[in-house]
Design a protein around this ligand. Structure first.
Ligand SMILES: [Zn+2]
Length: 263
């Protein structure tokens, strides 16, 4: 009961001050343009490319296919290229061809204080609160294994590893001191110390740890007190006027994406 009270107080504090760090305009909602990674076009360390499985593919072959060099692969991965996945940058031509073929990412305008959904088609399978005689500290999204999991808010990766009951999990620390956790993944992609953007892929979902089916378990914590993610998530993202698809002229300037709204 005490824990619940702390949660409520912390949620109130956060919703009124900590996440409202930036000056607001008009109706009180500061809007921000966010590009959401998809299976084909992704970002890592500010570079556009894609996470690729290394099994059976040499770095040289990957570099050749994406129009980059082995040196560039080393650079973006900060020399950590020995894992199951590496991030492979893509040339402008490779990227342009993907856009022409319709693989452009979603570009959303969101409340700058809110979390975006960690999976594209969120299917909430379990809420925050009491469950099976215990307390469920997060929100579950059922989704097929290896679904792209994206960062709900920008921040720094403080854990990306096996975490017992959480399985393969990523924890991101945000500038206001909150932390978001993404658990039960098949594979974590980002590395401890990475700065991640909102909408950047961080893991591939799964069923690892204490889990009874493929899903993403999302937690929001402040000073280690779990808060209800529902209080922080952005709603209404599916409204057509708030969603555009990445186009060639949208890169790298995000401002042009905003202009699309007026056409
Ligand atoms: Zn859960």
């Amino acid at each position: 009961m005490k824990k619940a009270l702390i949660s409520i107080v912390a949620a109130l504090l956060l919703s009124t001050s900590l996440w409202a760090g930036q000056p607001e305009e008009g109706d009180g909602i500061g809007l921000e343009t966010v590009t959401i990674d998809n299976k084909v076009i992704q970002v890592y360390n500010g570079v556009i490319g894609r996470w690729e499985e290394t099994a059976g593919q040499s770095l040289h072959a990957l570099a050749h296919r994406f129009g980059t060099t082995v040196q560039e692969i080393y650079k973006v991965n900060r020399n950590d290229v020995g894992g199951e996945y590496v991030f492979v940058p893509m040339s402008k031509e490779f990227y342009a061809e993907l856009i022409r073929r319709g693989y452009g990412r979603r570009i959303l305008q969101v409340d700058s204080r809110k979390l975006i959904w960690p999976v594209e088609t969120p299917n909430r399978s379990s809420g925050f609160g009491n469950r099976f005689g215990g307390h469920h500290n997060g929100l579950d999204f059922a989704c097929p294994s290896k679904t792209i999991v994206v960062a709900a808010m920008e921040g720094t990766v403080i854990r990306s590893q096996w975490m017992g009951g959480f399985g393969n999990a990523v924890v991101i620390r945000h500038k206001d001191g909150t932390e978001t956790t993404y658990a039960h993944n098949t594979k974590v992609l980002v590395r401890i110390g990475d700065d991640v953007q909102r909408g950047q892929v961080i893991a591939l979902s799964g069923n690892t740890g204490r889990s009874t089916g493929p899903h993403v378990h999302l937690e929001v914590r402040y000073e280690n007190v779990p808060l209800d993610p529902e209080d922080f998530l952005q709603y209404g993202l599916a409204r057509p006027e708030t969603v555009v698809r990445e186009r060639l002229e949208d890169q790298p300037s995000e401002a042009s994406a905003l202009n699309l709204q007026d056409q």
